[in-house]
Design a protein. Structure first.
Length: 483
């Protein structure tokens, strides 16, 4: 390998002066730093302009303390010394029912009452759950009851005087909360109405076709859920068509709603029984004066009934089977395990479910409790007859978790009477709704003149509302004499 000596010496000569120059600069910088320290390292900065003195910032105003919301006191109410008919359990003599904030808190004897507890001494009186009218008219307003109800109306007072604390208006169960809207609504959407009438065969066919289509959709949905376990991307069945009546059918088939039907004669009732069994629909039949003739079918279908024991329909002599009504209807249905609720018969004054002196509140023997008493005339026991207007009525409506019996945790709704509920002379002395006295016989002018003070042997009243007994009915003003 040959080395070019000339080129190597030339490169060496060019690099030496460059290195010496760098060394010279380093030495020069060190000399300057040591010789001139005051000008290089200790150079002072210009003084800042003096700032004007500022007043000290005011201390921030402390935020006002948050207003503490007043703690709402518990609202206590107690019924003392009464004969308590719990309906769902035993009858308790001399018991106390203690309520807190509109709910039953405790039931028993010798209870310790809290301070500021409102009390009613019910000694010598009977305490029942508030009565339930499974159909009503004229108590609450139409549409949404809380929007259209006059809570100071005479009709509401009249219904409370009959011991009614809950009434159905439209498809809503609402309380008779006299003077307030608080706690009025119990449940909305009680029923779905369907029609399966033999006089409309096309309508019957459409109903079954609709139910079949929705039932098949439910099967497809169940199959899809199984398929998703194997194939997460499986396509779900189309459900955009489930609207209108199909949405109703879906709720019925899923047992999310109860069907309410009107049927009276045996053939109509039997058709509904067959429909309920085929599709597994929960159903309540209203009317049903011939239900006693098909009671086994009603029982197998698990149906409930809303009936009027005193409804009178003559038998049809042209038919070779039992027909017409019977006062034993309630007893026969009860013996077959069918849950029943009772509503009064109508009169010349209006329908039995209308609130008037001839309907739910009663004129002579036409009010709700007396209709239950006529079921006793047909063979139903007293205890079971009381249930038809309390706990069984609540079960038919699906609101028995709140009303219908006197149990701890349920709503504080009571009717306190001066005698047996089913006796024709019995009157409500107090009616309590949500733990508040909504009706007091002595303060309300409707029946205050009848046995004042609860004296069962009181003489007949001198006055009869709205006019005095024995006074001949005449115009208040006589016609002016003709000139």
């Amino acid at each position: 390998m040959q080395v070019n000596v000339r080129e190597s010496s030339r490169a060496l000569r060019s690099s030496v002066p460059r290195c010496c120059f760098h060394v010279f600069l380093c030495l020069l910088s060190l000399f300057a730093a040591s010789a001139f320290p005051s000008t290089v390292l200790a150079q002072e900065r210009r003084p800042r302009r003096p700032q004007p003195e500022q007043a000290p910032a005011p201390e921030p105003t402390p935020a006002p303390p948050a207003e503490e919301k007043p703690v709402e006191k518990d609202r206590w109410f107690a019924i003392l010394n009464g004969t308590v008919h719990t309906v769902s359990g035993p009858v308790l003599d001399g018991a106390t029912v203690l309520c807190r904030n509109g709910r039953i808190f405790e039931i028993g004897r010798n209870l310790t009452l809290p301070e500021e507890c409102e009390t009613i001494d019910a000694a010598g009186h009977h305490v029942y759950p508030g009565l339930i009218a499974v159909r009503s008219q004229g108590i609450h307003g139409g549409g949404s009851p809380e929007d259209g109800t006059d809570v100071f109306s005479f009709n509401m007072s009249l219904a409370l005087a009959a011991g009614i604390t809950t009434a159905v208006t439209g498809d809503t169960a609402a309380k008779l909360t006299y003077g307030t809207l608080e706690g009025m609504i119990v449940k909305r959407g009680l029923f779905e109405s369907i029609s399966y009438n033999s006089r409309d065969p096309a309508g019957k066919r459409r109903l079954r076709e609709g139910l079949d289509r929705v039932r098949q959709h439910l099967r497809d949905v169940a199959a899809h859920e199984e398929e998703k376990r194997r194939n997460p991307e499986a396509k779900a069945p189309d459900d955009k068509w489930i609207r209108g009546p199909y949405a109703t059918y879906l709720r019925l088939l899923k047992s999310e709603a109860v069907a309410l039907v009107d049927a009276n004669d045996a053939h109509e009732i039997f058709d509904y029984c067959e429909l309920a069994e085929t599709y597994g629909i929960r159903m309540v039949v209203r009317g049903a004066y011939e239900a006693w003739t098909v009671a086994p079918s009603l029982s197998r279908a698990g149906m409930a009934a809303i009936i009027t024991p005193r409804q009178r329909v003559d038998e049809n002599p042209q038919l070779n089977r039992p027909t017409g009504s019977t006062i034993e209807n309630a007893r026969i249905l009860h013996e077959h395990g069918i849950r029943i609720a009772i509503t009064p018969a109508g009169s010349l004054f209006g329908p039995g479910y209308g609130i008037s002196l001839g309907g739910l509140a009663g004129r002579d023997l036409l009010h709700l409790a007396l209709e239950a008493a006529f079921a006793v005339r047909g063979g139903l026991s007293n205890a079971d007859a009381v249930k038809t207007v309390t706990i069984d009525a609540a079960r038919v409506l699906g609101i028995d978790s709140r009303v219908g019996s006197i149990e701890t945790g349920k709503d504080a709704d009571f009717v306190i009477t001066d005698g047996d509920l089913l006796h024709y002379m019995t009157l409500a002395r107090w009616t309590v709704v949500n733990g508040r006295v909504a009706y007091d016989k002595e303060k309300e002018g409707i029946y205050s003149h009848i046995r004042p003070g609860g004296d069962a042997n009181a003489p007949p009243p001198d006055d009869y509302w709205p006019r005095r007994l024995g006074v001949e009915w005449r115009r208040d003003r006589e016609k002016p004499a003709q000139p």
